[in-house]
Write a protein that binds this ligand. Structure first.
Ligand code: MN
Length: 379
């Protein structure tokens, strides 16, 4: 039990909207983040410098109390942290940076808090059964748009594994634009995915479209994908947030970066921080490409959040010819990985054949992407 719990200041709940979290800091020590995110609550973190004195600290504490605010203390090995909680205006007027011994203050002003880099400065690495996503690791997810048959899936799985991918993607539940399009093989498709993934040694990524299917999906998948059309299905977001399953959160067709980060906040606020963002293109006036792949979103998310972000240039462009160049660009822009549609025979694919790579082209892609990653010092 921590000091905070002993004093009855906080419940020791990890995750959720009220609690605390210890984050290791480079060079040793721990950074304590306290979060009491009730409606209208406002938080500022004061980081004391390693050379600050007890007198400095007492002056800071006095000032906070004088203004009618509360504080919570954390004394780490190398840093003392003061978490200030209370009225927004009163906190804004504290002007703590002027105080002796204060290294910096961090205000968490955005609506999204737990996903923000202010809350957690270090990159989050999502561990998918031993395969790491984020923190410099390169995650490649590849496979057909939809699971069609065991033969098709095995052929795809073998080829993407041989080329160096770690994840097999494939849709068993397909939320299609038209109700007359192929809707997926459902549980039979999930079984095939698991079987193919296990046979060649790949983790399985597949989409969840209905919160009632969570039990079923958790049984077969390693990563739950929330598709673009469900990015603001808040009930579904909360439901996956109640699990500890890694979640691949695609950006909505017309979602702003702020809305996307808030969608992730729905998941993390339920206690699941295993979230991977996936940029998959947004709708613009351009019609040559299926969507406009927004690679600037990669840089933005990296700045605003500690969570990993990967890129899907297949849906982002809708044209197989553009998948390789945009994959190179995505990795160069700092993406933590790629999601690529690969089909052994794109000409007979039941969905998204136009944007699916043939195995030989996927091999070229993997080779080039690895060379770019290497040049950038990635793992
Ligand atoms: Mn697709």
């Amino acid at each position: 039990m921590s000091v905070l719990e002993e004093r009855g200041l906080l419940s020791g709940k990890q995750g959720g909207t009220t609690g605390y979290k210890l984050v290791p800091v480079e060079g040793g020590g721990l950074f304590l983040c306290i979060y009491l995110i009730k409606r209208e609550a406002y938080i500022m973190i004061i980081v004391m410098s390693p050379t600050s004195t007890q007198d400095d600290l007492e002056k800071v504490q006095q000032k906070i109390l004088q203004r009618g605010l509360q504080y919570h203390m954390s004394t780490g090995e190398s840093r003392t942290i003061v978490g200030v909680i209370g009225d927004k205006k009163a906190i804004a007027n504290l002007q703590m940076n002027a105080f002796s011994g204060v290294e910096k203050t961090v205000r968490i002003t955005e609506k999204y808090k737990l996903v923000s880099r202010e809350f957690k400065p270090e990159d989050t690495i999502v561990d998918v059964g031993g395969v790491k996503v984020g923190g410099g690791h390169l995650a490649i997810m590849a496979g057909p748009c939809a699971v069609e048959s065991m033969d098709q899936l095995m052929e795809a799985a073998q080829c993407v594994k041989a080329a160096g991918a770690q994840f097999l993607r494939g849709g068993a539940f397909k939320p299609r634009t038209s109700p007359y399009d192929f809707q997926g093989l459902e549980e039979e498709g999930l079984q095939m995915l698991r079987q193919a993934g296990d046979a060649v040694g790949l983790k399985v990524v597949t989409e969840i479209v209905n919160m009632n299917d969570i039990g079923l999906l958790c049984k077969y998948a390693d990563v739950l994908q929330i598709g673009a059309r469900n990015m603001q299905n808040f009930q579904l977001l909360k439901a996956v947030g109640k699990t500890q399953m890694p979640v691949l959160l695609k950006r909505g067709l017309s979602a702003t970066i702020n809305e996307w980060l808030n969608a992730a906040e729905y998941i993390i606020s339920e206690g699941n921080e295993n979230i991977i963002f996936c940029e998959r293109g947004i709708r613009t006036y351009e019609t040559f490409t299926r969507n406009t792949l927004d690679l600037s979103a990669v840089a933005a998310v990296k700045e605003l959040s500690h969570l990993p972000v990967i890129v899907d240039p297949s849906h982002g462009t809708g044209r197989w010819q553009m998948v390789l160049p945009m994959s190179r660009a995505a990795i160069a822009a700092g993406a933590d990985g790629l999601m690529i549609e690969v089909h052994p025979h794109p000409e007979v694919a039941l969905s998204d054949g136009d944007q699916s790579l043939r195995p030989e082209n996927f091999r070229v892609l993997m080779d080039e992407v690895h060379r770019i990653a290497q040049a950038m010092g990635r793992k």
